[in-house]
Design a protein around this ligand. Structure first.
Ligand code: ZN
Length: 489
């Protein structure tokens, strides 16, 4: 297997990735809470972990990638009190909560497909795993790290902190957490403000509820990920991922729950992507800079100067290292659009290059640079920069200033295709595909070969007719001394 070094957020250093079972890498990533349209903030974790998923597979690992759908238990302000986000949307829209969850799950899937994000191996829903969550709450209670209060179950952070350490992932200690949480108002069932709900008793008006040994209620938000990762990946698995915004409290609580129930932290490598800012500001509904993916794809938002294609967004995300912040602006996206266009044109040019007797450049340089960059904590910007150095060489080859033997040409095509399409997961949006296959190129080539024959026979009428008709549908034909070239405008 190829080598991979990953930055582990838990240990705060880069570590060589050694899976528990190389035949079966387990990866769990926190998915969306499905109560609204997928937005720019969803694109980054999805693309980041898609890159990791694709790269692990390219190294030869078999990966079981679990990404959940949160359809219950995620309350307003990520708190223990308040209305369920999905139930609230359902109330406002006068629909069943599951209609909301289903509708936005489909919207999420559509957007992910557009972005070239591969479907995970398993996509479990929190509402479909209530029994597993109740079982895990029981284990935590039996281990002595939780208490019951008026039908709700809370995690006993102080007790846990005595035996293990609460705050290891986010680097906080309990004293900081105590000073930074507000005092209880006397209305709460919790002993301490920093305790968190594992199971909540439902108030009479709460719609989403299930029976449990303690009350009719619903699981706390953090519970689903501990229960579902254990169910599908086992008590210990390789990688747990998500956005940096989930580190505290969500992932911190997941670690505490798993450790309390199983005696150990489930995940070996914690991987977090950084956030997207918009013109230097955090994205938020109240700031008026909240952009859905559909608005980006259609250009229908006041701060957008134009529409951006899904691949432009994907390329833009990949141009930054996943642990760096990424600032969205029209200029940055326009630059990404231009860069992607140049890259795709070079891929087309490469496909048309003819072999020569000797090579003027070392094609193994590209594969070495790309492999080294990916192995070093998924350095996609370095991969892109290596590809662009080769875009220049490929364009020079088209002008006759560089050449490659047949063998080198095949090797170069294989490296470029593997990184551009399989690992970075880009696709050529301008290439018209039929059933996933490029049918346009062979047809245009066939017509242009017929035109060459017509020209050879001095049948100028047919030759002009073919060129004019292609121009009319947006295909520009360029004559070259040894044949032709064409591009879609
Ligand atoms: Zn989660």
């Amino acid at each position: 297997m190829g080598k991979l070094v990953l930055y582990n957020t838990l240990t705060r250093r880069k570590e060589t990735f050694e899976p528990i079972n190389p035949e079966h890498v387990g990866m769990y990533v926190c998915g969306p809470t499905v109560y609204g349209d997928p937005h720019l903030g969803h694109a980054r974790p999805a693309v980041t972990f898609d890159l990791l998923f694709r790269y692990l597979e390219s190294l030869g690992y078999k990966v079981r990638y679990v990404r959940n759908i949160t359809d219950v238990g995620h309350l307003e302000q990520d708190a223990d009190d308040g209305e369920d986000k999905i139930a609230k949307k359902a109330r406002l829209e006068q629909l069943e909560p599951m209609e909301i969850a289903h509708y936005y799950t489909e919207r999420y899937h559509d957007a992910m497909r557009e972005l070239g994000v591969k479907s995970p191996s398993i996509e479990p829903h929190a509402s479909g795993h209530i029994i597993e969550q109740i079982e895990m709450v029981k284990r935590i209670l039996n281990a002595g790290y939780a208490y019951e209060s008026n039908g709700s179950i809370y995690f006993d952070v102080e007790r846990y902190n005595r035996d293990f350490r609460y705050g290891r992932l986010s680097g906080r200690n309990l004293d900081d957490i105590v000073t930074n949480t507000r005092e209880l108002d006397g209305q709460s069932d919790k002993r301490h403000s920093y305790d968190f709900a594992l199971w909540k008793k439902a108030s009479p008006e709460h719609i989403m509820r299930w029976p449990s040994p303690w009350s009719d209620g619903f699981p706390g938000w953090h519970m689903e990920c501990s229960a579902m990762s254990t169910k599908y990946l086992g008590e210990q698995f390789d990688i747990h991922g998500g956005g940096m915004d989930l580190m505290f409290p969500h992932h911190e609580c997941e670690i505490a729950q798993s450790t309390a129930a199983l005696g150990k932290d489930s995940a070996r490598y914690w991987v977090h992507n950084n956030m997207i800012t918009i013109n230097g500001q955090k994205m938020g509904k109240s700031l008026g800079n909240f952009i859905t993916l559909e608005q980006l794809f259609t250009g229908s938002h006041a701060i957008l100067e134009q529409a951006y294609t899904p691949m432009t967004i994907r390329f833009f995300v990949l141009q930054a290292h996943y642990r760096s912040t990424l600032d969205f602006s029209n200029e940055a996206l326009q630059a990404a659009e231009k860069g992607l266009d140049r890259l795709m044109k070079a891929v087309e040019t490469l496909g048309k290059l003819k072999a020569a007797d000797k090579s003027t450049a070392d094609v193994s340089e590209l594969s070495r640079r790309c492999a080294d960059a990916m192995a070093d904590d998924l350095n996609s910007p370095m991969v892109i920069s290596a590809l662009f150095d080769w875009v220049r060489i490929i364009n020079q080859a088209a002008e006759g200033q560089q050449s490659f033997t047949a063998e080198d040409l095949e090797a170069l095509k294989s490296t470029v295709n593997s990184y551009v399409f399989d690992i970075l997961g880009l696709r050529n949006e301008k290439a018209a595909e039929v059933g996933g296959k490029d049918m346009v190129s062979p047809l245009v080539d066939m017509l242009l070969n017929m035109r060459m024959e017509a020209k050879a026979n001095k049948d100028w009428a047919t030759s002009d007719k073919i060129r004019d008709n292609l121009t009319a549908i947006g295909i520009r034909v360029k004559d070259r001394k040894d044949g032709f070239d064409w591009e879609i405008e």
